[in-house]
Write a protein of this length. Structure first.
Lengths: 205, 208
């Protein structure tokens, strides 16, 4: 009974980090369990490819493990974790773009921006597992519509809907002011809303 | 309160981050603005739809790799065999000494810079060039005058009036510029500015 009671207590991220740093492996596993779905959903939608997303996910946690002893910003573990993942995603897309430009210089003009590269990946034709699983119209449309949004707006939107971060946490991850985050979210939602209305998909809106 | 600010406040309210004052402002605007009511309703619907996005999980193999990595790097496992006293005893006191000196210097410097901070007049000049009045600057101004009133000379009072008037004008100018964080501060700044003015006037009459 006692043991079960202890198991059910909701420990904070910081307490779990301390637990791991003091040699308790189960603390780490609980952190992993707590964030695996949100973090993976976020990375997956950012890259649009399951294999790449798994590589980035693994790399993120490897870096977390290596740097956990330097984690000093008590109370900001979630933002810290997503910031690491975000940086790896950015690096990954830069690298991928370089490879693409080198190997397919005919198709990719040299002045292609990072934004376009990201767009291509996100809006790739291959259906995502989420689509296969629940084939919902809004899900498919959402993916289609993302091409309209700017890179900055997408970053905010993804952190909000897939990672479920608060606006304050998003501002910490992206390193900009909360006002900027709110502005981008506002524009992103406005864009989506207009398109959905134009297409007549969401009449009740 | 314009519509753009209202909608930002609404987004912020989803996180439960509004102060009572902000919430009042938002509700009041929403009550009077049918356009914003519609927009907010749309945002709410859209958010609900977007948040239905299904959670996706990484493969068990990846999770196992991560667990293994975490286990191999478990902090207490790697430390123990390498613990050697002689080295630590030589290095640590010197390091501690150096750190202590740096620490003392740092605090001394901080105190000195606090004392010799720019005067309200100078702060004002800076604020004029940038067009911003920041709450922090103003708090300092307030404190500065409080300290100065010990002497209560006419020159100081004159200076105080000058700074208060100029700050008021700057506030009026800055409030036209769009900035949510400033908007939040603006009213409390105005309040403390009026408060300061009252006190300066009182001291002025005392002197006379």
């Amino acid at each position: 009974m006692d043991n079960q009671y202890v198991q059910n207590i909701e420990l904070t991220d910081d307490e779990l980090v301390d637990g791991y740093l003091n040699g308790d492996i189960s603390s780490f596993n609980r952190i992993l369990g707590r964030y695996q779905a949100k973090l993976f959903s976020y990375i997956y939608h950012y890259t649009g490819n399951r294999q790449e997303a798994e590589d980035i996910f693994q790399e993120t946690f490897y870096r977390v493990i290596a740097n956990l002893k330097f984690y000093k910003q008590k109370g900001y573990f979630k933002a810290w974790l997503f910031r690491i993942a975000f940086n790896i995603c950015i690096d990954h897309i830069r690298k991928k773009r370089k490879v693409k430009i080198l190997s397919m210089s005919q198709q990719f003009s040299s002045d292609e921006t990072e934004e376009v590269a990201l767009e291509n990946m996100v809006a790739s034709d291959a259906p995502s597992p989420a689509e296969i699983a629940n084939g919902k119209e809004t899900q498919r449309l959402l993916r289609e519509m993302l091409g309209v949004l700017s890179k900055a707006q997408k970053e905010v939107l993804f952190l909000r809907i897939y990672a479920g971060l608060s606006f304050k946490e998003i501002s910490q991850v992206l390193g900009c002011s909360i006002n900027t985050v709110l502005g981008r979210m506002q524009y992103a939602l406005g864009h989506l809303r207009n398109i959905l209305k134009e297409k007549g998909v969401i009449d009740e809106l | 309160m314009n519509c753009k600010k209202c909608q930002k406040l609404y987004l912020l309210s989803l996180d439960g981050q509004l102060t009572p004052r902000q919430k009042r402002c938002m509700d009041e605007h929403l009550r009077l603005c049918p356009d914003c009511q519609r927009q907010v309703q749309d945002i709410r619907n859209l958010q609900l739809k977007l948040e239905k996005a299904e959670k996706i999980f990484p493969s068990e193999q990846v999770l196992q790799n991560i667990r293994d990595e975490a286990y191999q790097n478990l902090p207490s496992l790697e430390k123990q065999p390498f613990f050697s006293f002689p080295k630590v005893q030589v290095v640590l006191p010197r390091l501690a000494y150096a750190l202590a000196v740096i620490g003392v210097l740092f605090f001394a410097l901080k105190i000195i810079t606090l004392r010799w901070q720019t005067s309200p007049i100078e702060t004002l000049q800076i604020a004029k060039t940038t067009g911003d009045v920041v709450g922090r600057d103003f708090e300092y101004m307030d404190k500065y005058f409080n300290d100065k009133y010990v002497n209560k000379t006419e020159k100081d009072i004159g200076e105080a009036f000058y700074v208060i008037d100029e700050t008021k004008q700057l506030l009026a100018l800055a409030s036209k510029k769009y900035d949510l964080s400033f908007y939040v501060q603006q009213e409390s700044l105005n309040d403390s500015l009026l408060d300061l003015e009252r006190r300066v006037k009182k001291i002025n009459t005392e002197i006379q």
